[in-house]
Design a protein around this ligand. Structure first.
Ligand SMILES: [Fe+2]
Ligand SMILES: [Fe+2]
Length: 135
């Protein structure tokens, strides 16, 4: 599981969202480091809870921005946020209750989905917001 690093190619063009994506990546990196260091389920669950709480706030921020900008892809984007959050909650539950023998694989999958989401979907609202002078 490789570390995520934020650089200009990850930018969606809106500073506040770039900052939040940076924090999300840092939290996922902390999770990775906790696994490598052999931290127990309790620590991993705590970090995952932090990731989920921040994710909720981040998704809400994006949806507010898209709504105010009249972004036409809002409903599709919102549905994808719901799907990802449900998947994270399911993964957290499995890890917390010891059902997840493959914690590392589960986290890798979440990380890849997140990176894909930022690259493929988040970049789209950035274009519209930039046109409206929001950066
Ligand atoms: Fe995002
Ligand atoms: Fe998003």
């Amino acid at each position: 599981m490789t570390l995520l690093t934020w650089d200009q190619t990850c930018s969606v063009g809106v500073r506040a969202m770039d900052d939040q994506h940076g924090i999300l990546m840092d939290t996922m990196n902390d999770l990775r480091l906790a696994l490598v260091a052999g931290c127990g389920r309790e620590k991993v669950s705590e970090l995952l809870d932090r990731l989920i709480e921040f994710t909720r706030m981040h998704f809400w921020s994006e949806e507010q921005l898209m709504e105010h900008a009249g972004f036409p892809g809002l409903e599709e984007h919102r549905a994808e946020h719901h799907r990802m959050l449900a998947e994270m909650l399911h993964a957290a539950h499995r890890i917390q209750y010891g059902e997840a023998a493959q914690t590392r694989e589960l986290l890798c999958c979440l990380r890849d989905q997140y990176a894909g989401h930022i690259e493929e979907l988040d970049g789209k609202y950035g274009v519209l917001l930039n046109e409206q002078g929001i950066r």
